[in-house]
Design a protein around this ligand. Structure first.
Ligand code: AMP
Ligand code: GLY
Length: 450
């Protein structure tokens, strides 16, 4: 069996490892943006390509006569790579372009949820030049909406994929309503539309599901840390690290919160099927916030999270290759998916200047020769030169995942390996620590009492 795997990061390395654990031992034909040492070890072929070149990727899959494909990153999914692959007779685990708008267009996602009565979202409004024709009038209207309806607590969302960096939040990135209205106008100028929504207060978490049409099977809940620096400060990144708990919930959420999130994923899959009259085959990732008012939807993604995939795939006890086949053949059931009752903590090693600069690109990074048995290493934007040196790219470099019976044990395992990685790099030591988790528990307790 042969699988085409399209990847641009450590998430692809974790997917490749999960595929290879199958008794079917599929041959992996990888198409990657770089030549990382992880994929090189696992794949039968590694093709370096620009993932915007959809035709080339399809050609690689056809030439290798793959049985199916998995597309990991958002950009090729949003650009319609699944449509092209399926059009060439390659069944694909990733939604088609119209269904992937649940991620690639924030306005589509909010309007779809509104239309199908999925009411767990914040108040929002979509603005565009078509709604008000004159530029100055539009800016005044946006200002008024933020001030009068959202009382100055708002979020401005660029309406297209931007690597998690198109969202700006009041009080953090947007210091005054004028600044917010100006950013909203910039978004409209660049992509025609902007979404402005109520700023929610609470603690975020992710719940990913395997999806085949309106059938959803959940994975363990995970908490990501999107901000660049300690104590969740600084700019948004693709995600600096994550943790999951052995009971597949999270310390700061209640069982009913998880149930609401699960129901939201199911309802969104059902809504997509009705709206697009097409079957979603792949991963649906709900980004949620636990608030005083229950669970609210922050966003949807049409793929595995990165790093969330690094938490869940290593503890997937079932055969991942078989799950993919079940999704493609329309026979996915909940009993096919079993995760170990283990906690995980992932800390991403990144270049020192990530996400704002790329100064360290091409510089060497030194890894320990051996890792403890309960640690997994996943390579992201890293290349190996002809002398065997490991070189940094400009983006997230290495996902270090600790696995344990408790979050504490998993955190200590990940932390100890991160400390042994040397070079012009950094990581967030606070991710998954008891102190950091307690802060989230305390915040939720305080919010629930209000
Ligand atoms: P998104 O790309 O929609 O996940 O947004 C990126 C980040 O912006 C999220 O992880 C949140 O931290 C923040 N964010 C997005 N929407 C909201 C919201 N309505 N209220 C508060 N924070 C938000
Ligand atoms: N970890 C956030 C994302 O994958 O979008």
């Amino acid at each position: 069996m042969k699988v085409l795997l399209v990847s641009n990061s450590a998430r692809g390395h974790a997917i490749a490892e999960a595929l290879k654990r199958s008794p079917k031992n599929p041959e992996i034909i990888a198409v990657c943006t770089g030549k990382d040492p992880g994929m090189a070890k696992l794949a039968a072929e590694v093709h370096q390509a620009d993932l915007a070149g959809l035709y080339k990727i399809v050609e690689i899959g056809r030439n290798a006569k793959v049985d199916f494909a998995i597309v990991a990153p958002d950009d090729p999914i949003g650009a319609g790579l699944s449509d092209r692959l399926e059009g060439s007779g390659i069944p694909t685990v990733a939604p088609k372009r119209n269904l992937a708008r649940i991620e690639s267009s924030k306005s589509y996602a909010r309007e779809l949820m509104k239309k199908y009565g999925i009411n767990a979202g914040p108040a929002f409004r979509v603005f565009s030049f078509t709604s008000i024709s004159e530029k100055r009038k539009l800016e005044i209207e946006i200002h008024k909406y933020i001030e009068e309806h959202l009382h100055g607590h708002y979020v401005v969302k660029y309406d297209a994929l931007k690597g998690g960096k198109g969202v700006k939040v009041s009080g953090e990135h947007l210091t005054t309503i004028d600044v917010g209205a100006k950013y909203a106008m910039e978004c409209i100028e660049q992509c025609g539309v902007v979404v402005i929504e109520e700023k929610l207060m609470g603690v975020e978490f992710s719940l990913m599901s395997f999806v085949q049409g309106d059938q959803t099977v959940d994975m363990p809940a995970v908490q990501d840390h999107k901000r660049a620096f300690k104590d969740d400060s600084g700019p948004n990144t693709g995600g600096m690290g994550t943790y999951s708990d052995s009971n597949h919930g999270l310390p700061f959420i209640m069982p009913e919160d998880l149930k609401t999130a699960s129901e939201c994923n199911k309802k969104v899959a059902e809504a997509l099927k009705k709206e697009e009259n097409e079957i979603y085959k792949g991963i649906l990732y709900g980004g949620f916030m636990a608030t005083a008012d229950g669970v609210k939807i922050i966003e949807y993604n049409a793929r595995f999270g990165d790093p969330e995939a690094l938490n869940v795939l290593p503890i997937l006890e079932s055969d991942f290759t078989e799950i993919c086949l079940a999704i493609l053949e329309g026979r996915l059931t909940a009993d096919m998916v079993k995760f170990a009752n283990k906690a995980t903590v992932c800390k991403y090693i990144t270049p020192k200047s990530y996400p704002e600069g790329k100064k360290e690109k091409g510089q060497k990074v030194y890894l320990p020769e051996k890792y403890p048995e309960n640690v997994r290493i996943y390579f992201g934007d890293i290349t190996m030169d002809e002398n065997g040196n490991t070189l940094l790219g400009g983006s997230r470099s290495i996902g270090v995942v600790g696995i344990g019976d408790t979050i504490e044990e998993a955190e200590q395992a990940a932390q100890s390996v991160c400390e042994q990685i040397n070079g012009p790099v950094r990581f967030r030591a606070d991710i998954g620590t008891m102190e950091s988790i307690q802060k989230r528990v305390d915040l939720m307790n305080k919010l629930r009492k209000q």
